[in-house]
Design a protein around this ligand. Structure first.
Ligand SMILES: Nc1ncnc2c1ncn2[C@@H]1O[C@H](COP(=O)(O)OP(=O)(O)OP(=O)(O)O)[C@@H](O)[C@H]1O
Ligand SMILES: [Mg+2]
Length: 254
């Protein structure tokens, strides 16, 4: 999949939800515009309820904007949902594994949808589980795995279809800090090594700064209140300057 220009493009996107029991709509996303370019890891940070997951669902094609335009590699993710099979890997908040499927079968899911040859698919799925330190757990069911292991299965599942784009919605927020840190580092390494583009949602400023080479700070309803670029080799002074700015901007939001 080649693409000139932005991989993800939101132009003046608004999303309002109906509130059947009350008068008026709830505005979750308010004329939001941004572009994500190939190879970028964009971290989106904002307070709870500011519309991060709504933006995520718009980019993933799970919901349609009320107005404005969402394009991913030049296509409409909602209207051309089938075009995106295998092109977007998603890691949800919590692991969203199927409890009746083994670790291997959970990773196989995306490959089955793509009708990958069974033997080849099992090899790919097994290799990803091994890369994420789960060799020997292929036949375990999710209930027999720890939270960190289940999240590793989710990451394996997202990478197994070799998508160009990875969308992650607070993937590590339920884990202890040490495990989260390991998985975060692993995730960044995999994204960079495989030349992917990623959008990573978090409510942690520290996590956003560790993951993102671009940081987008959202106010509620979702719109960009502040944006910064952060080179991996940025010094302490630059990091602390950005952190202070993000704290100040989030402090102003509701
Ligand atoms: N399907 C829906 N129907 C009605 N309202 C919704 C729907 N989805 C989200 N909302 C509302 O939109 C607003 C933004 O929600 P969203 O889930 O996008 O926030 P968030 O930034 O992801 O929050 P969190 O950090 O808690 O995950 C909230 O007020 C929420 O109640
Ligand atoms: Mg959310």
């Amino acid at each position: 999949m080649t693409s000139v220009g932005p991989i993800i493009h939101l132009e003046d996107v608004t999303k309002a939800f109906r509130r059947p029991d009350r008068r008026g709509d709830l505005l979750a996303v308010d004329r939001l515009s941004f572009e994500i370019h190939p190879g970028e890891i964009a971290a989106v940070v904002g307070k709870t309820g500011c519309g991060k997951s709504t933006m995520f669902n718009l980019v993933a094609g799970l919901i349609e904007p009320t107005s404005g335009r969402v394009t991913v590699v030049g296509h409409d993710p909602f209207r051309e949902f089938d075009f995106f099979r295998g092109k977007i890997g998603i890691v949800f908040q919590g692991d969203r594994l199927m409890p009746w499927r083994t670790a291997l079968d959970n990773v196989l899911l995306g490959l089955e949808i793509l009708h990958t040859d069974r033997q080849q698919a099992e090899k790919i799925a097994g290799d990803w589980l091994t890369r994420l330190g789960l060799a020997g757990h292929e036949n375990d069911y999710p209930h027999a795995l720890s939270g960190g292991m289940r999240q590793r299965v989710s990451i394996s599942r997202a990478f197994a279809v070799d998508p160009q784009i990875l969308l992650c919605d607070e993937p590590f927020s339920a884990l202890d800090e040490m495990t989260a840190r390991d998985l975060r580092e692993e995730f960044i390494r995999l994204v960079r090594q495989n030349g992917k583009t990623a959008v990573f949602i978090t409510h942690s400023i520290k996590e956003a700064m560790q993951v993102g080479d671009r940081i987008l700070v959202f106010h509620r309803p979702a719109r960009i209140a502040f944006e910064a670029r952060l080179k991996p080799d940025a010094g302490e002074e630059r990091r602390s300057e950005i952190e202070q700015k993000i704290l100040a901007v989030l402090g102003e939001s509701q």
